[in-house]
Design a protein around this ligand. Structure first.
Ligand SMILES: *[C@@H]1O[C@H](CO)[C@@H](O)[C@H](O)[C@H]1NC(C)=O
Ligand SMILES: *[C@@H]1O[C@H](CO)[C@@H](O)[C@H](O)[C@H]1NC(C)=O
Length: 440
């Protein structure tokens, strides 16, 4: 009995050692760095909107591969700010070139992602309220290559523009209405250029522009406060023998490419379902067919939707599912779990890599569902995809690991051997839970 359990333990320990060694080897050949930055100060007061573009924001410099980018709103003491106080409509990160020693704002050229919308949605990253609980990690051996000096024109430098659209809804008469940018709550009837908005335009970005105000409760005198978008970038130094670059695609459910180009409107409205329809059947389903100019292996996929959404999915020809992404709604009060708001979107990480492919020109069916129990204005459904070239296949990290046994395996075997010696030497003592925990 005692011998049996000690054999058992030996096997568990060997497995643990092997697991830990391979986890270390995963990143062993390159070192993932993490940097945390803050946007410039965003000054808000109840009802006020801030939708500003910040140029030349802090970002890791040099030739790197981005492994993850995420963000959240925090106050001056770095405390997370819940969505029912400040609704984070979206944040967007654009990459650009600008002349060296210029202010970037007045003269820059955006380096857009790989598509596919004409003239919009050019970002490298960008999500909204769901940012806290949406995974953005890019699995090994993939990464988004940026900062390649060979790609930057002489006399220019690479920069990053961060756009943050935040709405202070403390004391708002209708918090969700403010979050959905309903024009009547903002008392807005003209667009940013002064042109009259059509009467059919009930809400959307044109009504919650920078410095606009949403209606707050009568007699409310709220305090001004300063917030920041705190963002975390994980990255590795570029190494073409280790990292496989990925392309970024952003699909939009409003994409209308009937006129030979992808016209993306980005926002749309949801009308309430007809009276008498069962609540469960009140689903507004939109479907659009799109295709990508070049295909590849799906490395990561995620949808972006607004409150009211019930899910989005992407299917390939023949109906196979490429990725489906579902919203997670909050259930409490604290930041990251705010009731009524989408606090996360589920993601897709096809495994093994290359098990889900999209062919160039393949017709993709893109589905967006929203509940139509209530009407909604200014909602969105985007799909963010990272694709790696299927061929020719650069060496993957797995190949690398199998080519280093000369140097890794003796260490593993030595470790296992030492453990066995330790085990045999202290036979009996290892039978108890304490000894086991001390080793781990
Ligand atoms: C709404 O806007 C109009 C014209 O821009 C202005 O005259 C009016 O006072 C505003 N109403 C409120 C409640 O702010
Ligand atoms: C969208 O709604 C339709 C109709 O209710 C349903 O058949 C479909 O499975 C839904 N798809 C997603 C991705 O939620």
């Amino acid at each position: 009995m005692a011998k049996n359990s000690s054999n058992h333990l030996a096997i568990i320990l060997i497995i643990l050692v092997l697991q830990q060694t391979s986890a270390a080897a995963d990143h062993g050949n390159y070192f993932v760095k993490t940097k945390v930055f803050r946007s410039p100060e965003i000054v808000l007061e109840p009802g006020l909107v801030s939708d500003k573009n910040y140029y030349d924001v802090d970002f890791p410099r040099g030739h790197i591969a981005i492994k993850s980018f995420n963000a959240e709103l925090v106050d001056e003491r770095e405390n997370p700010v819940p969505l029912h106080e400040t609704y984070l409509h979206h944040w967007v990160l654009d990459r650009y070139y600008a002349p060296k020693n210029s202010d970037h704002r007045s003269d820059h050229t955006i380096i857009r992602n790989s598509g596919i919308c004409h003239n919009t949605l050019k970002q490298y990253f960008g999500i909204g309220a769901e940012t806290r609980r949406t995974a953005t990690d890019i699995p090994d051996p993939y990464g988004i290559q940026v900062g390649d000096p060979a790609g930057i024109p002489a006399g220019y430098e690479e920069g990053w523009m961060l756009n943050v659209h935040a709405i202070d809804i403390r004391g708002a008469e209708d918090k969700m209405g403010c979050a959905e940018c309903r024009c009547n709550l903002y008392n807005v009837t003209v667009d940013g250029d002064g042109g009259a908005l059509p009467s059919s335009y009930g809400g959307g970005l044109s009504c919650c522009r920078d410095d606009k105000r949403c209606k707050v409760k009568e007699g409310l005198h709220g305090e001004k406060r300063s917030l920041y978008l705190r963002y975390t970038v994980k990255y590795v130094d570029w190494d073409s023998s280790l990292i496989v670059p990925v392309k970024i695609y952003v699909l939009d459910i409003t994409d209308d490419w009937t006129q030979a180009r992808h016209n993306c409107v980005v926002e749309f409205d949801i009308e309430t379902c007809d009276v008498g329809v069962e609540k469960n059947d009140c689903i507004d389903s939109k479907v659009v067919s799109v295709s990508l100019p070049s295909g590849g292996d799906v490395v990561y996929g995620v949808g972006h939707q607004h409150a009211g959404a019930t899910g989005t999915a992407l299917y390939g020809e023949g109906g196979r599912e490429i990725c489906s992404s579902k919203p997670r709604y909050g259930e409490g009060n604290e930041a990251g779990n705010e009731v009524g708001f989408i606090v996360g979107m589920s993601t897709c990480y096809p495994s093994p890599a290359g098990s889900v492919k999209i062919s160039a020109g393949e017709t993709l069916t893109f589905v967006s569902n929203y509940s139509s129990v209530h009407s909604h204005t200014g909602v969105m459904t985007l799909f963010y995809l990272l694709l790696a070239d299927s061929s020719p296949k650069p060496p993957t990290l797995a190949d690398k690991i199998t080519t280093v046994p000369f140097f890794v395996w003796p260490i593993v075997l030595l470790g296992v051997g030492l453990l066995l010696v330790a085990l045999l030497a202290s036979k009996g003592k290892f039978g108890n839970a304490e000894g086991y925990e001390a080793i781990v």
